[in-house]
Design a protein. Structure first.
Lengths: 356, 585
């Protein structure tokens, strides 16, 4: 049995109503966070400045079963956001940001659905099939044209791909193959394989998530089984190849690193260490800046907004406690706010301020 | 600072206040509007066709669910087993002004009576717009012109509602020769009085006199029939309770003097939250309310299922949402039934989560969550060292439940329907380490959730867990293992059914029906048509009341699953724990 922390619910709710009435029309609205709650089948919307929960969406297709909204991503123009549902028949959901209105849904030809990543122009979404119980059989990454939610390709790549992120110029997609310990680089034009970097000399490395440096010359990969992230040169950049050990940056984090994010200005790298319960903040060079212990269990998702100085990290919670989100000042390492919200709280993305 | 979840109603109130106090000036776009290109599609003698679905509004809409309804004859009776299929069943999105083609195809079981038939297609874009389409087709008979006389023989008994009686019929030509296979158009007057199947089987729906009409071409015969009441009476009485209000309860299994119940989801109580990480153990000996004698906490957010082997020596509980991401199962030693001891946890190939389990001797049949995973069959002859010996996946959708009997495994495979495997029966040469598909029935409206095979009667009762429509119970005739066919349905408005238990001695089907409580249905005799119109419900009990929404966290009725044990029907209730009721008959 767990005691939930925080103020009495009714008081906060009432305060929010007052705030909405008295101040919302005058103050410029700020960024909002979208947070997936994989166990309650919801997406929560939070005020990124304060951590207050301001709305929620239900993605509960089967109220008697667990559907698990897993990941969420916002289109570059901020007009739409997309979420994956992992359980049941995996699907990709499309919402309009204005009014948080559901406008599309595609059932994916995959066994699972983990993250959703968007191309820089927002025209394509990539959803890997993290088929953990597939016994090591290869599975796919689904590429979906977001305009009409049409599947355009689903190349079979490797065992349990978990993340598939587009390079900043949109030309490549970096795919982590968690069970086969590989990183595969695809062409975003024809979805053909460009490079396959094997970590077979590091068995059990379990590459999980990726983040590109803003200049596109390096892709960072968290290694769940190694307590570190590696920086690998992108294919075809000045002759370097992902497998070339001379160019591999190895940075210790904490145990079980999950998601990783690079600040918009490229100056900071942030990793959520799921098993260690901590967050690692480093310089782009890999130099450690902060190691922050999170209040909740199992840190998972990481996202930056437009402010490179603040990062948002979700924690899943566990079988005894709720999940939540923390906002961290990446310069000082200070926790700015901490909101307990959802259960099996996984993905996080930042919505731009509402228009008007 | 720290914040936490708060009352969503206050958020909604705030949003309303905000929206009404900050007036916008932009011109509102027209809302989305779905329209079919025609209100009615008459397929005539064709069995497929197409129609366009358009968004004539000003904003995009999606996803759009395209749902085809049952086929009805000209009397308005549903034709079991025949379906109109629409493809696609879901359109991801339709932008303003765009159209999408919907293909229609008829799947007709057996030879339908001649006449006109109707079906409906509904396209729903959430709550924003709905379009309706009527589909009509015609079934011709080839022997109509040859028929000169027709005579039916109605048995000289008054059938009860729900009794299925065969109506022999003779059709002759001008020369008095019998016409074999002449298609007979059956009807009942008034139409609500009953239903006649394509092979001339009548079942009465309402008490009183009715006319059976058989027509072939221009000749017809009419016979009077009097349907009498099934005269079922009974009521449930709650006699024992076991309270679990800290957590939501899930499935249950009773053996001897002990009940085992799983737990589900997250239950909040003020500042407290409890997840479904616990197996509860109850002493059900004696009389009066039962008490928890022990509990076992495991690494899970849901213990969805618990099963005890027939010898009572071993149990298996399932893990979903575990902290370590490995999920799997935990095997329990029941030497002391009240205090299960963990033998071990097994998770290889089960990491996606295990939703249901069935134990048959030295084998455990495990339902692994997710598309592509399906069934794993475990050799548990050494419970400390189980090994995966068999695997099966239907090729689409995901497995939800498994029931094993007579060497056959009945897989409730969601959108893939009911799949029957030989796992030792011999009919298809299968075994636990080599499961072989015997047959499958896909056309069960999807969301195939659970099944119970009754070999003596040759029926399978299949639950459809659809929270939207809502779902129903399907009755599948399996007297031919290779040709399962749906023959009957049972529905209760407002809620979807959940798990079932069949008392085969009395032919009573107990269905846990979420907010509709526990229902007892007489399933004796042949089953045909809409059972809920046949006076077959013996009793129903919404034992704790409620608003019909299975409001979790309240004290409302929310029935998960029943089990007949030691003369009582025990119900796992998500909100209360255990309820035991005296049998209604």
């Amino acid at each position: 049995m767990t005691l939930r922390q925080g103020k009495a619910a009714g008081h906060i709710g009432a305060a929010l109503v007052l705030a909405l009435v008295s101040g919302a029309c005058g103050d410029a609205p700020g960024e909002r966070l979208l947070v997936t709650s994989g166990f309650t089948d919801q997406i929560f919307v939070l005020d990124a400045r304060t951590g207050e929960v301001i709305d929620s969406l239900s993605l509960d297709r089967r109220p008697g079963e667990r559907d698990e909204p897993h990941a969420v991503a916002v289109s570059p123009d901020g007009a739409h956001f997309y979420a994956t549902l992992s359980h049941g028949e995996p699907s990709l959901w499309k919402y309009e940001t204005e009014g948080l209105r559901l406008v599309g849904r595609l059932t994916l030809p995959t066994n699972g659905a983990s993250r959703v990543r968007l191309s820089p122009d927002g025209s394509l979404a990539a959803v890997p099939d993290y088929w953990l119980s597939g016994g090591g059989q290869p599975s796919r990454v689904a590429f979906v044209r977001t305009e009409d939610m049409t599947l355009v390709a689903s190349p079979e790549l490797c065992a349990a791909p978990h993340d598939a992120s587009f390079s900043p110029d949109g030309s490549q997609v970096a795919v982590t193959c968690t069970l086969s310990d590989e990183l595969v680089l695809l062409s975003a034009e024809d979805f053909q394989e460009i490079e396959r970097y094997s970590m077979s000399n590091e068995p059990g490395a379990r590459p999980l998530n990726t983040a590109w440096m803003p200049d596109g010359r390096q892709v960072l990969v968290t290694l769940m089984g190694r307590g570190s992230y590696w920086g690998l040169p992108a294919a075809n950049s000045e002759g370097a190849r992902p497998g070339d050990p001379r160019y591999v940056l190895r940075v210790e984090t904490g145990e079980g690193p999950a998601q990783i994010a690079v600040s918009p200005d490229g100056s900071s790298v942030v990793v959520a260490n799921r098993r260690a319960g901590s967050v690692t903040v480093t310089e782009a060079s890999g130099a450690r800046r902060h190691q922050i212990q999170v209040s909740g269990a199992h840190p998972h998702g990481v996202a930056f907004g437009s402010d490179a100085g603040v990062v948002y990290v979700t924690y899943e919670g566990d079988t005894q406690s709720f999940g939540g989100v923390v906002a961290i000042d990446v310069r000082t390492g200070a926790v700015l706010w901490d909101t307990e919200v959802g259960s099996f709280t996984l993905g996080v993305a930042v919505l731009p301020p509402p228009r008007g | 600072m720290a914040h936490r979840l708060f009352d969503s109603k206050l958020v909604a109130l705030g949003a309303v206040i905000l929206s009404t106090s900050c007036g916008g000036t932009s011109e509102p776009e027209l809302p989305p509007r779905l329209e079919f290109s025609a209100a009615v599609v008459d397929l005539g003698l064709l069995r497929d066709g197409q129609v366009e679905l358009r968004n004539t509004g000003g904003r995009s809409i999606g996803p759009i669910e395209v749902v085809s309804g049952a086929i009805q004859d000209s009397g308005g009776s549903t034709v079991p087993g025949s379906v109109l299929a629409a493809d696609p069943t879901e359109i991801p999105t339709l932008n303003a002004g765009e159209a999408s083609t919907v293909s229609l195809s008829l799947s007709l079981q057996g030879s339908l009576n001649p006449g006109e038939y109707d079906a409906a297609v509904t396209a729903r874009g959430g709550l924003e717009s709905t379009a309706f389409l009527a589909v009509r087709f015609t079934v011709l008979n080839e022997a109509e012109e040859a028929a000169a006389s027709i005579q039916m023989s109605v048995p000289n008994v008054d059938p009860r509602t729900g009794d299925v009686i065969a109506i022999p019929i003779e059709v002759r030509d001008d020369a008095g020769a019998l016409l074999q296979g002449a298609p007979v158009a059956w009807s009942v007057e008034p139409a609500i009085a009953g239903y006649v199947g394509s092979s001339g089987q009548f079942v009465g729906y309402s008490v009183g006199p009715a006319q059976l009409i058989a027509r072939v071409g221009t000749v017809a015969d009419t016979a009077a029939i009097n349907v009498v009441s099934r005269n079922l009476t009974g009521s449930f009485t709650v006699v024992r309770r076991g309270r679990e209000t800290a957590r939501h309860s899930s499935d249950l299994w009773l053996h001897g003097n002990v009940a085992y119940s799983g737990t589900w989801g997250a239950r909040t109580d003020g500042e407290l939250v409890n997840f479904g990480n616990t197996l509860n153990v109850w002493d059900v000996s004696g009389a009066g309310n039962v008490s928890k004698v022990s509990s076992l906490e495991i690494d899970a957010r849901v213990v969805n299922d618990v099963k005890v082997r027939a010898d009572g020596e071993l149990a298996i509980i399932t893990h979903e949402g575990s902290n370590d991401g490995l999920n799997g199962i935990t095997i329990l030693d029941l030497e002391d039934p009240s205090n299960p001891v963990v033998v071990g946890r097994f998770s290889s190939e089960l990491e996606a989560g295990v939703h249901n389990v069935w134990i048959e001797g030295d084998y455990a049949y495990l339902v692994v969550d997710g598309v592509g995973n399906g069934l794993r069959i475990l050799d548990i002859s050494d419970p400390a060292l189980p090994t995966v010996v068999g695997r099966y996946w239907a090729g689409s959708s995901f497995l939800h439940d498994v029931y094993v009997r007579d060497g056959l495994a009945f897989l409730s495979h969601w959108s893939a329907g009911l799949v029957i495997l030989d796992v030792g029966n011999g009919v298809a040469g299968g075994s636990p380490d080599n499961p072989v598909e015997v047959s499958r029935l896909e056309d069960l409206s999807g969301q195939t959730h659970n099944a119970w095979y009754w070999p003596e009667a040759g029926y399978v009762f299949v639950g459809e867990e659809d929270f939207a429509a809502p779902g129903i119970i399907h009755v599948v005739d399996l007297r031919n293992l290779f040709e399962p066919r749906e023959v009957a349905t049972y529905r209760v408005p407002g809620q979807t059914p959940h798990n079932v238990w069949l008392d085969e001695d009395t032919g009573t089907l107990y269905v846990a029906w979420y907010a509709n409580g526990i229902r007892a249905i007489d399933v004796t005799g042949d089953l045909l048509g809409e059972l809920d119109r046949q006076g077959r419900e013996i009793a129903g009990s919404v034992y704790n009341g409620g608003v019909g929404s299975c409001n979790r966290g309240s004290g409302d009725t929310c029935s998960w699953g029943p089990q007949l044990h030691q003369g009582l029907i025990w119900v796992s209730d998500m909100n209360e724990g255990l309820i035991a009721l005296e049998l209604p008959r």
